[in-house]
Design a binder for this molecule. Structure first.
Ligand code: SAH
Length: 239
């Protein structure tokens, strides 16, 4: 009886993985991705052709748990385990667009999560550094990014509040977890002329802001109200 169950489960798993990698499934995912870009991203005003091309190219369904593959292109965040989420596609596109990236830019991401945003950045820039505090998530994302060939994306397990001093300064910084204030190390590690997209505020009222460094000072532009998971330290306390 027990043996049968194991066998049945194995067969179901094998069939499922065959189905997911089939040409039919690939085609379906591509159509869902195209619809996502048109309805959720272009229709809401994202115009940068490079950002749109990256959103069309990166297979978001590879970055979500198997049980959420069918919802990978839906208009909302999804759980990725460890109480964390992959951001809504529109928010990924918006944060990327406001950073106004150039190919030669060096970018730092805080909050690797699934690795999806890092892959989008990896499509657009020569060097991407990303930090994740939850080890299992960071390792999983690093393996996937490696498998997908993103040699220009480096993942580190650690506390992103502190930034990544050895690779600073960064032309752009994107923070995908929310502190109550902009961390001083991240302010310091932003290059002159650099841009930082960061959700700041209390857990129920965060604003996505764009900071631009000019002559050492940060200019602050409000983008939209958002809701991200909190930035935490290694003990789990919120910043
Ligand atoms: N950019 C991700 C979404 C991340 S969700 C994606 O594309 O999937 C936010 C992530 O920030 C979570 O994985 C969480 O563990 C991480 N995080 C929270 N505090 C952090 C910190 N201090 N340093 C680095 N990562 C942190």
């Amino acid at each position: 009886m027990r043996k049968m169950r194991v066998l049945e489960k194995t067969i179901v798993l094998v069939l499922l993985s065959m189905l997911l990698t089939s040409a039919w499934a690939q085609d379906l995912m591509e159509r869902l991705r195209e619809r996502m870009v048109k309805t959720q991203i272009e229709n809401r005003g994202i115009e940068d052709p490079a950002v749109l091309a990256a959103m069309r190219k990166v297979e978001r369904h590879r970055f979500v748990p198997a049980s959420y593959v069918s919802r990978a292109y839906d208009d909302h965040p999804l759980p990725i385990g460890e109480g964390q989420t992959i951001s809504q596609p529109y928010i990924v596109a918006l944060m990327t667009e406001v950073l106004n990236l150039e190919r030669s830019d060096k970018v730092l991401e805080i909050g690797t999560g699934s690795g999806y945003q890092a892959a989008i950045l990896g499509e657009l820039c020569d060097s991407v550094y990303t930090i994740e505090i939850v080890e299992v998530l960071g390792n999983r994302a690093a393996d996937l990014l490696d498998e997908l060939g993103y040699e220009n994306v480096k993942v580190k397990i650690g506390d992103g509040y502190k930034g990544w001093a050895e690779h600073a300064p960064f032309d752009a910084i994107i923070v995908t977890c929310s502190p109550t204030q902009v961390p001083q190390p991240l302010r310091d590690q932003l290059a002159e002329g650099g841009r930082m997209a960061i959700p700041v505020g209390e857990s129920d009222a965060q604003e996505l802001v764009l900071l631009t460094k000019r002559m050492g000072k940060l200019r602050r532009d409000l983008i939209i109200p958002v809701r991200f998971v909190p930035m935490v330290d290694s003990t789990g306390a919120t910043y």
